[in-house]
Design a protein around this ligand. Sequence first.
Ligand code: XMP
Length: 507
Amino acid sequence: NVLILDFGSQYTQLIARRVRELNIFCEIKPFNKPPDDLSEYKAVILSGSPHSVRAEDAPHPDLSNIKGKKPLLGVCYGAQYLAHFNGGNVEKSNTREYGRANLAKIQKEDPFLNKIGVGSQVWMSHADTIKSLPENSTLLASTHDVENAAFKFIGEDTYGIQFHPEVYHSTDGKQILENFLVNIAKVEQTWTPAAFVETTVAELKAKIGDEKVILGLSGGVDSSVAAVLLNKAIGDNLHCIFVNNGLLRKNEFEDVLHQYKDMGLNVKGVDASARFLDALEGESDPEKKRKIIGRVFIEVFDDEAHKVENAKWLAQGTIYPDVIESVSATGGPSATIKSHHNVGGLPDFMKLKVVEPLKMLFKDEVRRVGKSMGLEPNLLGRHPFPGPGLAIRILGDITREKVAILQEVDHIFIQGLKEWGLYDQVWQAGAMLLPVNSVGVMGDERTYEKCVALRAVESTDGMTADWVNLPYAFLQKTSNDIINKVPGVNRVVYDISSKPPATIEWE
Ligand code: XMP
């Protein structure tokens, strides 16, 4: 196990992901809340930070239990921190030190730079620079602009690097992390999907015993993988509930329910479409629509949960990015389902004990774990789909007729992406039904019908996104199909806005 102390860098999660890619387990902890017991950690990494070590209010944690006692790597701010408090000199840099640089001088004998050659590209992002090295240390590498790009304390496994090995632009970054963690710290590379499944299933068995667990399936990757893991551990004592809110994609409810049953899950499909659509009638405010859907979901889920007698646990597909305590944020971990809850007392299912088998995994790890348990690629590769579903893609108020139109449009678009082999290149795609009618001609008649917007984006986490350059031939065929096959639609547009400043959804 490796400990990453977070000083608030935007790249801290990337460090963790790179370490996990080496099949090494690691945890991120805020610098001001380090674990009491350090004995289980084989190595420690200090992250970057937006602060300057010279500032009074910058993170200045006590490392006396770590430095010289365990292998320690400081990245960027972490390296400056090690230098500043051990007799080195850190100052504002007077040359621009952002972006690509290349290692110019390398001290090859040190195992830290094993297999790293002169010219290796590294990524710099810092305003301060280490002007002189700390006492009792030796220089390992420089770039053209940064003399002290990598250094080591003599006689201990403590290293500092000014560049960011976790960023993909540092082409040998993963090798450097491997050199540090595997060759120097001797951490074992045993964190594999199969090992995760084995230990998690054993833990779930021990924790839950023969008690009953309730889990809400959404059709998405996280809840599906959580369900399969729990099913392996406790079999039919896992009671899954899959709710149709009437705002899913065409045929989604039936298809996915069928797929879940084929996977051997004990799942109950609940068609509550009418309840949701009735509650939404006449509402066009986006946030109010979301609130209504959240409230009705909780009511429906609570009704169904009561039908499972003597349930003791509520399982959730929470993943690691949801629970990492960030240095700047004040709140602790929060479960998605709770944020929807805004009225009255707690529904009964929320008083159950909570089990979250994926809460230490990143999204790509969830997929790998799912794959190792044999989940279908079509389930694991699904685009994200918002909880409120088509309700936030129908701008304005929602009627059954509008839902039916949008389901047809969306179906043609998504099926087309799959048939053209484009689906997996796109991070998320969907169609928006706009609250405008426009004039068209069909045959001899003028029409006055609806306009739909297609949206397809590339992204890694949904925080930023760019529109996908779909082939014109594909757009042409899709547009024709939609207008010819979906009554009520006479115009199709393609959204070419990036996020920011636009968002992925239109509401
Ligand atoms: P935006 O529109 O904010 O979307 O760029 C970013 C990602 O979040 C999804 N999204 C939602 N998911 N409930 C959800 O479960 C919501 O209310 C919601 N709004 C947006 C969106 O689909 C995209 O993946």
